[in-house]
Write a protein that binds this ligand. Structure first.
Ligand SMILES: [Zn+2]
Length: 520
Protein backbone atom coordinates (compact mmCIF):
# COMPACT_ATOMS: atom_id res chain seq x y z
CA UNK A 1 0.00 0.00 0.00
CA UNK A 2 1.18 3.49 -0.82
CA UNK A 3 2.30 5.37 2.27
CA UNK A 4 0.21 8.32 3.46
CA UNK A 5 3.15 10.70 3.23
CA UNK A 6 3.73 9.67 -0.40
CA UNK A 7 0.08 9.59 -1.34
CA UNK A 8 -0.61 13.09 -0.04
CA UNK A 9 2.63 14.67 -1.20
CA UNK A 10 1.69 17.92 -2.99
CA UNK A 11 1.43 17.42 -6.76
CA UNK A 12 0.31 20.83 -8.06
CA UNK A 13 0.89 24.38 -6.84
CA UNK A 14 -2.48 24.55 -5.06
CA UNK A 15 -1.56 21.51 -2.95
CA UNK A 16 1.22 23.40 -1.19
CA UNK A 17 -0.32 23.71 2.26
CA UNK A 18 0.52 26.89 4.18
CA UNK A 19 2.75 28.42 1.47
CA UNK A 20 0.12 30.35 -0.48
CA UNK A 21 2.24 33.35 -1.44
CA UNK A 22 5.04 31.19 -2.76
CA UNK A 23 2.79 28.91 -4.78
CA UNK A 24 0.93 31.90 -6.26
CA UNK A 25 4.13 33.72 -7.19
CA UNK A 26 5.64 30.67 -8.84
CA UNK A 27 2.55 29.67 -10.77
CA UNK A 28 2.01 33.26 -11.97
CA UNK A 29 5.57 33.48 -13.19
CA UNK A 30 5.12 30.26 -15.16
CA UNK A 31 1.82 31.53 -16.55
CA UNK A 32 3.52 34.66 -17.82
CA UNK A 33 6.50 32.70 -19.14
CA UNK A 34 8.92 34.49 -16.82
CA UNK A 35 11.37 31.75 -15.89
CA UNK A 36 14.45 32.50 -13.77
CA UNK A 37 17.67 30.54 -14.03
CA UNK A 38 18.18 30.18 -10.31
CA UNK A 39 15.82 29.91 -7.39
CA UNK A 40 16.73 29.69 -3.72
CA UNK A 41 14.22 28.18 -1.28
CA UNK A 42 15.01 28.60 2.40
CA UNK A 43 13.22 27.87 5.66
CA UNK A 44 12.88 25.21 8.36
CA UNK A 45 12.76 21.52 7.50
CA UNK A 46 9.60 19.80 6.43
CA UNK A 47 7.66 22.85 5.28
CA UNK A 48 7.57 22.10 1.58
CA UNK A 49 10.84 23.26 -0.05
CA UNK A 50 11.64 19.97 -1.82
CA UNK A 51 8.01 19.39 -2.80
CA UNK A 52 7.85 22.89 -4.29
CA UNK A 53 11.12 22.31 -6.15
CA UNK A 54 9.70 19.15 -7.72
CA UNK A 55 6.41 20.79 -8.68
CA UNK A 56 8.35 23.65 -10.26
CA UNK A 57 10.61 21.23 -12.14
CA UNK A 58 7.60 19.27 -13.36
CA UNK A 59 5.75 22.42 -14.41
CA UNK A 60 8.79 23.53 -16.43
CA UNK A 61 9.31 20.20 -18.19
CA UNK A 62 5.74 18.85 -18.42
CA UNK A 63 4.71 17.66 -21.90
CA UNK A 64 1.05 18.58 -21.43
CA UNK A 65 0.72 21.14 -18.59
CA UNK A 66 -2.72 21.98 -17.22
CA UNK A 67 -2.59 25.78 -17.24
CA UNK A 68 0.49 26.48 -15.10
CA UNK A 69 0.37 23.16 -13.23
CA UNK A 70 2.13 19.94 -14.22
CA UNK A 71 -0.13 17.16 -15.51
CA UNK A 72 1.53 14.52 -13.29
CA UNK A 73 0.78 11.96 -16.04
CA UNK A 74 3.32 12.48 -18.81
CA UNK A 75 6.64 10.64 -18.85
CA UNK A 76 8.56 13.68 -17.66
CA UNK A 77 6.22 14.30 -14.69
CA UNK A 78 6.27 10.63 -13.73
CA UNK A 79 10.05 10.41 -13.85
CA UNK A 80 10.50 13.56 -11.77
CA UNK A 81 8.06 12.22 -9.13
CA UNK A 82 10.06 8.99 -9.02
CA UNK A 83 13.35 10.89 -8.86
CA UNK A 84 14.84 9.38 -12.06
CA UNK A 85 14.31 11.97 -14.76
CA UNK A 86 17.13 12.27 -17.29
CA UNK A 87 16.90 16.04 -17.40
CA UNK A 88 16.29 16.77 -13.74
CA UNK A 89 19.24 16.09 -11.46
CA UNK A 90 18.52 16.02 -7.73
CA UNK A 91 21.58 16.39 -5.55
CA UNK A 92 21.84 16.14 -1.79
CA UNK A 93 24.59 18.71 -1.31
CA UNK A 94 25.55 17.09 2.00
CA UNK A 95 27.11 14.20 0.08
CA UNK A 96 28.53 16.35 -2.75
CA UNK A 97 30.40 18.92 -0.70
CA UNK A 98 33.67 18.91 -2.68
CA UNK A 99 34.41 21.09 -5.65
CA UNK A 100 35.24 18.04 -7.83
CA UNK A 101 31.73 16.64 -7.24
CA UNK A 102 30.17 19.89 -8.41
CA UNK A 103 32.44 19.89 -11.50
CA UNK A 104 31.60 16.28 -12.35
CA UNK A 105 27.87 16.53 -11.86
CA UNK A 106 27.02 20.10 -12.81
CA UNK A 107 29.69 22.21 -14.45
CA UNK A 108 30.91 19.64 -17.02
CA UNK A 109 27.37 18.82 -18.14
CA UNK A 110 25.40 22.01 -17.80
CA UNK A 111 26.19 23.20 -21.33
CA UNK A 112 24.86 20.04 -22.97
CA UNK A 113 21.31 20.47 -24.26
CA UNK A 114 18.58 18.65 -22.35
CA UNK A 115 18.14 15.10 -23.66
CA UNK A 116 14.42 15.15 -24.11
CA UNK A 117 12.67 17.90 -22.15
CA UNK A 118 12.71 21.68 -22.31
CA UNK A 119 15.09 22.43 -19.43
CA UNK A 120 18.04 20.82 -17.72
CA UNK A 121 17.17 21.33 -14.06
CA UNK A 122 19.43 20.95 -11.02
CA UNK A 123 17.81 20.65 -7.60
CA UNK A 124 20.44 21.09 -4.87
CA UNK A 125 19.07 20.21 -1.46
CA UNK A 126 20.84 21.39 1.75
CA UNK A 127 23.03 23.59 -0.46
CA UNK A 128 24.67 25.25 2.59
CA UNK A 129 26.75 22.09 3.01
CA UNK A 130 28.91 22.86 -0.05
CA UNK A 131 32.54 23.82 0.55
CA UNK A 132 33.70 27.36 -0.32
CA UNK A 133 35.47 26.11 -3.42
CA UNK A 134 32.37 24.25 -4.52
CA UNK A 135 30.31 27.43 -4.05
CA UNK A 136 32.83 29.42 -6.09
CA UNK A 137 32.71 26.92 -8.93
CA UNK A 138 28.93 26.95 -8.83
CA UNK A 139 28.84 30.75 -8.77
CA UNK A 140 30.44 31.05 -12.23
CA UNK A 141 27.78 28.78 -13.71
CA UNK A 142 24.95 30.58 -11.96
CA UNK A 143 26.28 33.95 -13.16
CA UNK A 144 26.22 32.93 -16.83
CA UNK A 145 23.94 29.96 -17.21
CA UNK A 146 23.02 28.51 -20.60
CA UNK A 147 19.41 29.28 -21.59
CA UNK A 148 18.23 25.75 -20.94
CA UNK A 149 19.57 25.49 -17.34
CA UNK A 150 17.54 26.07 -14.17
CA UNK A 151 18.96 25.78 -10.66
CA UNK A 152 16.73 25.26 -7.65
CA UNK A 153 18.72 25.54 -4.43
CA UNK A 154 17.16 24.64 -1.08
CA UNK A 155 18.52 25.17 2.41
CA UNK A 156 17.53 25.20 6.06
CA UNK A 157 20.48 27.48 6.86
CA UNK A 158 20.46 30.55 4.66
CA UNK A 159 23.13 32.18 6.85
CA UNK A 160 25.67 29.63 5.59
CA UNK A 161 25.03 30.40 1.91
CA UNK A 162 27.44 33.03 0.48
CA UNK A 163 25.83 36.36 -0.34
CA UNK A 164 27.25 36.17 -3.86
CA UNK A 165 25.05 33.12 -4.47
CA UNK A 166 21.98 34.54 -2.72
CA UNK A 167 22.13 37.78 -4.71
CA UNK A 168 21.95 35.89 -8.00
CA UNK A 169 18.89 33.86 -7.09
CA UNK A 170 15.17 34.49 -6.88
CA UNK A 171 14.75 33.81 -3.17
CA UNK A 172 11.67 32.42 -1.45
CA UNK A 173 11.31 32.18 2.31
CA UNK A 174 9.29 29.18 3.49
CA UNK A 175 7.58 29.65 6.82
CA UNK A 176 6.73 26.87 9.28
CA UNK A 177 3.20 25.73 8.55
CA UNK A 178 0.75 27.22 11.08
CA UNK A 179 -0.75 24.71 13.52
CA UNK A 180 -4.36 25.27 12.50
CA UNK A 181 -3.56 24.65 8.82
CA UNK A 182 -1.68 21.44 9.64
CA UNK A 183 -4.52 20.33 11.88
CA UNK A 184 -7.08 20.89 9.13
CA UNK A 185 -4.94 18.95 6.66
CA UNK A 186 -4.58 16.00 9.07
CA UNK A 187 -8.35 15.97 9.64
CA UNK A 188 -8.99 15.90 5.87
CA UNK A 189 -6.54 13.05 5.38
CA UNK A 190 -7.99 11.03 8.29
CA UNK A 191 -11.48 11.45 6.84
CA UNK A 192 -10.34 10.33 3.39
CA UNK A 193 -8.46 7.35 4.81
CA UNK A 194 -11.24 6.30 7.20
CA UNK A 195 -9.02 6.86 10.22
CA UNK A 196 -10.96 7.60 13.43
CA UNK A 197 -9.41 10.32 15.55
CA UNK A 198 -9.85 12.56 18.57
CA UNK A 199 -9.11 16.23 17.99
CA UNK A 200 -6.71 16.41 20.95
CA UNK A 201 -4.70 13.51 19.50
CA UNK A 202 -4.17 15.34 16.20
CA UNK A 203 -3.20 18.47 18.15
CA UNK A 204 -0.48 16.49 19.88
CA UNK A 205 0.86 15.28 16.54
CA UNK A 206 0.87 18.85 15.20
CA UNK A 207 2.68 20.09 18.33
CA UNK A 208 5.27 17.39 18.04
CA UNK A 209 5.94 18.10 14.35
CA UNK A 210 6.83 21.76 14.99
CA UNK A 211 5.49 23.07 11.67
CA UNK A 212 6.84 20.23 9.51
CA UNK A 213 3.97 18.78 7.45
CA UNK A 214 6.04 15.83 6.24
CA UNK A 215 6.85 14.80 9.83
CA UNK A 216 3.22 15.06 10.89
CA UNK A 217 2.14 12.76 8.05
CA UNK A 218 4.67 10.07 8.84
CA UNK A 219 3.73 10.20 12.53
CA UNK A 220 0.04 9.99 11.63
CA UNK A 221 0.75 6.95 9.50
CA UNK A 222 2.81 5.25 12.17
CA UNK A 223 0.16 5.73 14.85
CA UNK A 224 -2.68 4.71 12.50
CA UNK A 225 -1.00 1.41 11.72
CA UNK A 226 -0.11 0.78 15.37
CA UNK A 227 -3.61 1.49 16.62
CA UNK A 228 -5.81 -0.06 13.91
CA UNK A 229 -6.81 3.36 12.56
CA UNK A 230 -7.98 4.83 15.90
CA UNK A 231 -5.95 7.87 16.87
CA UNK A 232 -6.41 8.78 20.53
CA UNK A 233 -4.30 10.99 22.83
CA UNK A 234 -3.26 7.86 24.74
CA UNK A 235 -1.75 6.06 21.77
CA UNK A 236 -0.11 9.24 20.48
CA UNK A 237 1.52 9.61 23.93
CA UNK A 238 2.59 5.99 23.85
CA UNK A 239 4.25 6.16 20.42
CA UNK A 240 5.84 9.59 20.77
CA UNK A 241 6.87 9.30 24.43
CA UNK A 242 4.54 12.25 24.91
CA UNK A 243 3.52 13.11 28.48
CA UNK A 244 -0.18 12.36 29.14
CA UNK A 245 -2.04 15.52 30.18
CA UNK A 246 -2.41 14.40 33.82
CA UNK A 247 1.40 14.39 34.17
CA UNK A 248 1.49 18.06 33.17
CA UNK A 249 -1.47 18.87 35.43
CA UNK A 250 0.13 17.16 38.42
CA UNK A 251 3.56 18.60 37.76
CA UNK A 252 2.29 22.16 37.44
CA UNK A 253 0.34 21.94 40.70
CA UNK A 254 3.30 20.34 42.50
CA UNK A 255 5.51 23.15 41.24
CA UNK A 256 3.07 25.87 42.24
CA UNK A 257 2.63 24.37 45.69
CA UNK A 258 6.43 23.89 45.96
CA UNK A 259 5.98 20.22 46.70
CA UNK A 260 9.44 18.85 46.01
CA UNK A 261 8.74 15.26 46.95
CA UNK A 262 5.71 15.23 44.65
CA UNK A 263 7.81 16.58 41.77
CA UNK A 264 10.33 13.85 42.50
CA UNK A 265 7.74 11.10 42.41
CA UNK A 266 6.26 12.45 39.15
CA UNK A 267 9.72 12.22 37.62
CA UNK A 268 10.03 8.64 38.83
CA UNK A 269 6.86 7.92 36.91
CA UNK A 270 8.16 9.76 33.85
CA UNK A 271 11.27 7.55 33.90
CA UNK A 272 9.36 4.34 34.52
CA UNK A 273 7.04 4.97 31.62
CA UNK A 274 9.76 6.04 29.21
CA UNK A 275 8.30 9.51 28.71
CA UNK A 276 10.63 12.04 27.12
CA UNK A 277 11.57 14.53 29.91
CA UNK A 278 12.28 17.31 27.41
CA UNK A 279 8.77 16.95 26.03
CA UNK A 280 7.51 17.18 29.61
CA UNK A 281 9.31 20.49 30.08
CA UNK A 282 8.10 21.78 26.73
CA UNK A 283 4.49 20.93 27.55
CA UNK A 284 4.85 22.47 31.01
CA UNK A 285 6.27 25.65 29.46
CA UNK A 286 3.42 25.78 26.94
CA UNK A 287 0.90 25.23 29.71
CA UNK A 288 2.16 28.22 31.72
CA UNK A 289 2.21 30.39 28.60
CA UNK A 290 -1.38 29.42 27.89
CA UNK A 291 -2.30 30.25 31.50
CA UNK A 292 -0.98 33.77 30.96
CA UNK A 293 -2.91 34.18 27.71
CA UNK A 294 -6.04 32.78 29.32
CA UNK A 295 -5.71 35.15 32.29
CA UNK A 296 -5.75 37.98 29.80
CA UNK A 297 -8.78 36.60 28.00
CA UNK A 298 -6.77 35.64 24.91
CA UNK A 299 -7.24 31.90 25.11
CA UNK A 300 -9.74 29.43 26.57
CA UNK A 301 -8.37 27.39 29.45
CA UNK A 302 -10.12 25.90 32.44
CA UNK A 303 -8.94 25.77 36.08
CA UNK A 304 -6.19 28.35 35.80
CA UNK A 305 -4.33 28.71 39.13
CA UNK A 306 -5.21 31.93 40.94
CA UNK A 307 -1.90 33.76 40.63
CA UNK A 308 -0.57 37.00 39.26
CA UNK A 309 -0.46 36.40 35.46
CA UNK A 310 3.15 37.53 35.23
CA UNK A 311 4.21 34.59 37.37
CA UNK A 312 3.14 32.37 34.48
CA UNK A 313 5.29 34.36 32.08
CA UNK A 314 8.29 34.06 34.38
CA UNK A 315 7.77 30.32 34.83
CA UNK A 316 7.41 29.75 31.14
CA UNK A 317 10.54 31.74 30.39
CA UNK A 318 12.60 29.99 33.08
CA UNK A 319 11.50 26.55 31.93
CA UNK A 320 12.37 27.47 28.36
CA UNK A 321 15.86 28.37 29.57
CA UNK A 322 16.15 24.97 31.25
CA UNK A 323 15.19 23.23 28.00
CA UNK A 324 18.04 25.09 26.29
CA UNK A 325 20.47 24.34 29.11
CA UNK A 326 19.88 20.59 29.27
CA UNK A 327 19.73 20.03 25.51
CA UNK A 328 23.12 18.33 25.34
CA UNK A 329 23.08 16.73 28.76
CA UNK A 330 23.84 13.01 29.09
CA UNK A 331 21.19 12.63 31.79
CA UNK A 332 18.15 14.51 30.58
CA UNK A 333 15.71 13.28 33.17
CA UNK A 334 17.85 14.07 36.20
CA UNK A 335 18.78 17.49 34.84
CA UNK A 336 15.17 18.26 33.92
CA UNK A 337 14.08 17.40 37.44
CA UNK A 338 16.82 19.15 39.40
CA UNK A 339 16.78 22.29 37.27
CA UNK A 340 13.04 22.46 37.75
CA UNK A 341 13.64 22.90 41.49
CA UNK A 342 15.39 26.17 40.67
CA UNK A 343 12.17 27.73 39.36
CA UNK A 344 10.23 27.00 42.52
CA UNK A 345 10.86 30.45 43.96
CA UNK A 346 9.30 31.99 40.88
CA UNK A 347 5.92 30.93 42.16
CA UNK A 348 6.02 33.45 44.98
CA UNK A 349 3.01 35.63 44.37
CA UNK A 350 4.03 39.27 44.71
CA UNK A 351 0.45 40.40 45.12
CA UNK A 352 -0.06 38.03 48.02
CA UNK A 353 3.20 39.16 49.62
CA UNK A 354 2.22 42.81 49.39
CA UNK A 355 -1.15 41.99 50.96
CA UNK A 356 0.54 40.10 53.78
CA UNK A 357 3.10 42.85 54.33
CA UNK A 358 0.21 45.33 54.53
CA UNK A 359 -1.56 43.18 57.09
CA UNK A 360 1.60 42.89 59.18
CA UNK A 361 2.02 46.66 59.02
CA UNK A 362 -1.39 47.21 60.56
CA UNK A 363 -0.74 44.96 63.56
CA UNK A 364 0.23 46.42 66.93
CA UNK A 365 3.76 46.78 68.16
CA UNK A 366 3.63 43.83 70.56
CA UNK A 367 2.70 41.48 67.86
CA UNK A 368 5.43 42.90 65.73
CA UNK A 369 7.96 42.18 68.43
CA UNK A 370 6.82 38.61 68.67
CA UNK A 371 7.13 38.30 64.96
CA UNK A 372 10.67 39.61 65.19
CA UNK A 373 11.49 37.02 67.80
CA UNK A 374 10.24 34.20 65.62
CA UNK A 375 12.07 35.57 62.73
CA UNK A 376 15.42 35.47 64.45
CA UNK A 377 15.10 31.86 65.38
CA UNK A 378 13.71 30.42 62.24
CA UNK A 379 14.15 32.59 59.20
CA UNK A 380 15.74 31.12 56.09
CA UNK A 381 19.39 31.93 55.89
CA UNK A 382 21.94 31.07 53.32
CA UNK A 383 24.51 32.64 55.62
CA UNK A 384 25.36 30.46 58.64
CA UNK A 385 23.67 31.63 61.80
CA UNK A 386 26.80 32.32 63.84
CA UNK A 387 29.02 35.24 64.81
CA UNK A 388 32.09 33.21 63.91
CA UNK A 389 33.36 35.02 60.82
CA UNK A 390 36.01 32.43 60.01
CA UNK A 391 33.30 29.78 59.86
CA UNK A 392 31.19 32.00 57.58
CA UNK A 393 34.20 32.31 55.29
CA UNK A 394 34.76 28.56 55.36
CA UNK A 395 31.11 27.89 54.57
CA UNK A 396 31.15 30.28 51.62
CA UNK A 397 34.25 28.55 50.23
CA UNK A 398 32.51 25.21 50.65
CA UNK A 399 29.42 26.43 48.81
CA UNK A 400 31.52 27.67 45.92
CA UNK A 401 33.26 24.34 45.46
CA UNK A 402 30.05 22.34 45.95
CA UNK A 403 28.43 24.40 43.18
CA UNK A 404 30.97 22.84 40.84
CA UNK A 405 30.38 19.29 42.09
CA UNK A 406 26.66 19.07 42.72
CA UNK A 407 24.17 21.68 41.71
CA UNK A 408 21.21 20.04 43.54
CA UNK A 409 23.17 19.89 46.80
CA UNK A 410 24.28 23.50 46.38
CA UNK A 411 20.70 24.54 45.89
CA UNK A 412 19.52 22.65 48.95
CA UNK A 413 22.30 24.04 51.17
CA UNK A 414 21.55 27.54 50.01
CA UNK A 415 18.00 27.34 51.30
CA UNK A 416 18.84 25.42 54.50
CA UNK A 417 19.40 26.92 57.94
CA UNK A 418 23.04 26.54 58.85
CA UNK A 419 24.19 27.06 62.43
CA UNK A 420 27.31 26.30 64.43
CA UNK A 421 27.23 24.78 67.91
CA UNK A 422 30.84 24.60 69.15
CA UNK A 423 32.34 22.23 66.56
CA UNK A 424 29.05 20.90 65.33
CA UNK A 425 27.51 22.17 62.08
CA UNK A 426 23.74 21.91 62.12
CA UNK A 427 22.09 21.80 58.71
CA UNK A 428 18.31 22.15 58.82
CA UNK A 429 16.84 21.54 55.38
CA UNK A 430 13.39 22.63 54.18
CA UNK A 431 11.89 19.15 54.14
CA UNK A 432 12.60 15.44 54.26
CA UNK A 433 13.48 15.15 50.60
CA UNK A 434 16.03 17.94 50.81
CA UNK A 435 17.54 16.56 54.00
CA UNK A 436 17.95 13.20 52.24
CA UNK A 437 19.93 14.99 49.51
CA UNK A 438 22.22 16.42 52.20
CA UNK A 439 22.58 13.01 53.84
CA UNK A 440 23.41 11.32 50.55
CA UNK A 441 26.07 13.91 49.87
CA UNK A 442 27.58 13.95 53.37
CA UNK A 443 30.95 12.60 52.17
CA UNK A 444 31.15 15.44 49.64
CA UNK A 445 30.49 18.02 52.34
CA UNK A 446 33.07 16.42 54.66
CA UNK A 447 35.65 16.29 51.91
CA UNK A 448 35.12 19.97 51.17
CA UNK A 449 35.34 20.89 54.84
CA UNK A 450 38.63 19.09 55.36
CA UNK A 451 40.01 20.60 52.12
CA UNK A 452 39.33 24.06 53.41
CA UNK A 453 39.97 23.76 57.13
CA UNK A 454 42.25 21.85 59.51
CA UNK A 455 39.54 21.89 62.17
CA UNK A 456 37.29 18.81 62.57
CA UNK A 457 33.57 19.42 62.46
CA UNK A 458 30.69 17.12 63.30
CA UNK A 459 27.61 17.44 61.12
CA UNK A 460 24.01 17.15 62.21
CA UNK A 461 21.22 17.04 59.64
CA UNK A 462 17.65 18.02 60.46
CA UNK A 463 14.54 19.64 59.08
CA UNK A 464 13.53 23.25 59.64
CA UNK A 465 10.68 23.98 61.97
CA UNK A 466 7.66 25.38 60.15
CA UNK A 467 7.44 29.14 60.28
CA UNK A 468 4.01 30.63 60.62
CA UNK A 469 4.81 34.17 59.59
CA UNK A 470 7.40 33.58 56.97
CA UNK A 471 6.98 36.91 55.32
CA UNK A 472 9.19 39.70 56.48
CA UNK A 473 8.08 43.20 56.86
CA UNK A 474 10.24 45.39 54.65
CA UNK A 475 11.43 47.53 57.54
CA UNK A 476 12.40 44.40 59.48
CA UNK A 477 14.93 43.72 56.83
CA UNK A 478 16.57 47.06 56.80
CA UNK A 479 16.27 48.54 60.27
CA UNK A 480 15.46 46.24 63.10
CA UNK A 481 17.71 43.30 62.56
CA UNK A 482 20.92 43.93 64.47
CA UNK A 483 23.02 42.23 61.81
CA UNK A 484 22.21 45.18 59.65
CA UNK A 485 23.87 48.06 61.42
CA UNK A 486 26.17 48.59 58.47
CA UNK A 487 23.27 48.93 56.10
CA UNK A 488 22.66 52.62 56.63
CA UNK A 489 26.30 53.46 56.00
CA UNK A 490 26.34 51.87 52.62
CA UNK A 491 25.34 53.41 49.39
CA UNK A 492 22.37 51.36 48.30
CA UNK A 493 23.63 51.14 44.79
CA UNK A 494 26.37 48.85 46.06
CA UNK A 495 23.84 46.33 47.18
CA UNK A 496 24.97 42.88 46.02
CA UNK A 497 25.44 39.27 47.12
CA UNK A 498 27.86 40.29 49.87
CA UNK A 499 25.14 42.21 51.63
CA UNK A 500 24.03 40.09 54.62
CA UNK A 501 20.33 40.14 53.83
CA UNK A 502 20.70 39.65 50.09
CA UNK A 503 19.51 36.06 50.08
CA UNK A 504 16.64 36.80 52.41
CA UNK A 505 15.35 39.59 50.22
CA UNK A 506 15.95 37.50 47.14
CA UNK A 507 13.86 34.75 48.68
CA UNK A 508 10.93 37.02 49.33
CA UNK A 509 10.79 38.34 45.81
CA UNK A 510 11.78 35.11 44.16
CA UNK A 511 14.23 36.57 41.67
CA UNK A 512 17.50 38.40 41.29
CA UNK A 513 17.64 41.90 42.65
CA UNK A 514 18.64 44.17 39.83
CA UNK A 515 18.05 47.61 41.23
CA UNK A 516 17.61 49.03 44.66
CA UNK A 517 16.37 52.53 45.40
CA UNK A 518 16.25 54.42 48.66
CA UNK A 519 12.96 55.89 49.72
CA UNK A 520 13.20 59.36 51.17
ZN1 LIG B 1 3.30 16.31 -17.25
Amino acid sequence: MESIALKYRPKVFDDLVGQDTISKTLSNSIKSGKIYHSYLFYGPRGCGKTSTARILAKALNCHSPVKQDPCNKCISCKEISAGNSIDVVEIDAASYTQVQNIRDVIIDNVNLSPSRDKYRIYILDEVHMLSNNAFNALLKTIEEPPDHAVFILATTEINKVPLTIISRCQTFRFKPIPDRIMLKRLEEICDKENIKYEGRALELIVNFSGGAMRDSLSILEKIASFSQNRITPANVSEILGYPPSEIIDNLSSALLSKNISEIHSIFNKINDEGIDPVLVLKELRNYFSRCFLAKNGLEELKNIPDLNPFIFVKLSRKINRIIEEIKYSDNLSLMAETFLYTVIDTTVDLDAIIKRIDSINSKDVNEENNFQGQLKKTSDKAEPNTRDDSFKGLWNKLLTSILKDSFPLYNVLLSSDISLDNDKIIINANNEFESSIVLKNLPLIEKNLSNNSSKKYAIEIGIKKKIKNEVLKNTDVVEKNDDLSSFKLRDLRDFDETFPEYNKIKKIFGSDIVKFTREK
